[in-house]
Design a protein around this ligand. Structure first.
Ligand code: AMP
Length: 423
């Protein structure tokens, strides 16, 4: 016999003991979106490769090393989306979802992303993001609103011990000035840099700033704030003033540059103390030039993506509530093979009455079925054998109090609803 096939490395099955938690978090994410005025866009999972190579940036790790790219049967280069922002912008431009300069179009979405990364705790090759974008506004207050959205999402989920880290990465006017200063400095320390940073020096020197190995060199690097143009400096001040006014605590980290080229001005992350190496639960910022880099008009925008897998890891770690675990209202117990269709009829009736009901299909004995009823978390067991069927009754057992009484068939739904507290 050949070996059974397993899932590919870096991807996971979200199994029943976890999937209900995902549903809970996705519900809360949708609620926050509605409360804050975001509308959902369900984007495709694959796009033209060019969207990401031009949007995210040719020299980023994502585009250089991590994309799942293939040629489809029509000869087109297709990529499984590694992130959602570029797709959101494509959609905004393609369908004219707003007017730049007016109020921003607030768009959100959720779904799986794909990156060929080295798998570890909190880092997978298929992972989910909750993505919130405000497209078409230059106002620093919109940056504040986006950060407020992230904070409120995590607060609603009961997450604690989080830190907002913020920086400005400048704009096409002032970043080249900083880049030049930085490259000059780093060249003076070339021999001390790690191999990855040596190769980054020409292509993407700002990424050296968030290198985990070259701490000491980074600590002595020129300060990006000394190079910001007036517009970027004022924007940053307005964002931090807004956060302060709203009581949203933040830390400025001048080495925060993020792995995507499209960021301008604000870059931010929310980090958790309970995640180990992969500490970011969300990352985002302003991307005023993304639209132009994918062939669209000037559409200044800001947004963030939260990693759903990591959010759930943190919530589990912190003992946060996911609402109540799924449980049945009633389990229909039928020890008599001749009455199984009666049992099925009853189960169907319970379900049509809006109750969660299930039954035994394995033809097991009374004891085994009762055990399953208890394990299912059901509040009631509805015992229906040939004798009960003939008399038009069902024995309804209150599994919480271990009390049992016969109920006329027509009153079973009401009785179960009462026991399940669903009236
Ligand atoms: P990014 O799109 O790189 O800005 O990432 C935004 C968020 O997505 C991060 O803060 C993480 O929470 C999450 N994330 C990114 N990459 C992965 C991954 N490989 N596995 C799990 N979560 C990820």
């Amino acid at each position: 016999m050949s070996e059974s096939i397993q899932g590919p490395r870096g991807v996971r099955d979200i199994l029943p003991d976890e999937s209900w938690k995902w549903a809970y978090v996705l519900d809360r994410a949708g609620e926050i979106a509605r409360r804050f005025g975001y509308s959902e866009v369900k984007l495709p999972i694959f796009e033209h490769t060019e969207l990401f190579s031009r949007g995210v940036g040719d020299t980023t790790d994502i585009v250089e090393k991590e994309m799942y790219t293939f040629t489809d049967k029509g000869g087109r280069s297709i990529t499984l989306r590694p992130e959602m922002t570029a797709g959101m912008m494509r959609s905004y431009v393609e369908h004219t979802l707003g007017v730049p300069g007016g109020n921003p179009a607030k768009l959100w979405g959720a779904g799986p992303m794909f990156r060929y990364e080295r798998p570890q705790k909190g880092r997978y090759r298929q992972f989910w993001q909750l993505d919130y974008e405000e497209v078409g506004s230059e106002s620093p207050l919109v940056d504040v609103e986006v950060i407020m959205t992230a904070i409120e999402l995590f607060r609603t989920l009961g997450m604690r011990n989080l830190e907002v880290v913020i920086n400005s990465v400048g704009c096409p006017k002032c970043r080249p000035v900083y880049r030049e200063k930085l490259v000059g400095y780093l060249k003076g320390h070339f021999d001390e840099l790690c191999d990855t940073c040596k190769s980054r020096l020409d292509r993407n020197p700002l990424r050296v700033l968030d290198c985990k190995e070259d701490h000491e060199i980074v600590a002595g690097a020129p300060d990006i704030f000394d190079s910001l143009c007036d517009e970027c400096a004022e924007h940053f001040k307005a964002v931090t003033d807004g956060l302060t006014r709203l009581g949203i605590k933040y830390t400025i980290d001048k080495t925060l540059v993020r792995g995507l080229d499209y960021y301008t001005k604000t870059a931010f992350e929310v980090k958790s103390g309970d995640l180990g190496a992969q500490s970011a639960v969300c990352g985002g910022g302003r991307y005023d030039n993304l639209s132009e880099s994918i062939g669209g008009p000037h559409v200044p925008s800001v947004g963030f993506a939260a990693g759903l897998d990591r959010v759930i890891l943190v919530m589990d770690e912190q003992g946060c509530s996911f609402g109540s675990a799924p449980a049945l209202d009633a389990y229909v117990v039928c020890p008599d093979p001749a009455a199984r269709l009666n049992a099925m009829e009853l189960m169907y009736e319970l379900r049509r009455a809006g109750l969660k009901a299930d039954m035994d299909y394995a033809g097991r004995g009374m004891k085994a079925q009762m055990k399953t009823a208890v394990a299912s978390g059901a509040k009631a067991a509805c015992i229906l054998g040939g004798d009960e069927a003939a008399r038009g009754v069902v024995a309804v057992r209150d599994l919480t109090k271990a009390e049992q009484a016969e109920v006329p068939a027509g009153e079973v739904c009401a009785r179960v609803a009462e026991l399940a507290g669903r009236q």
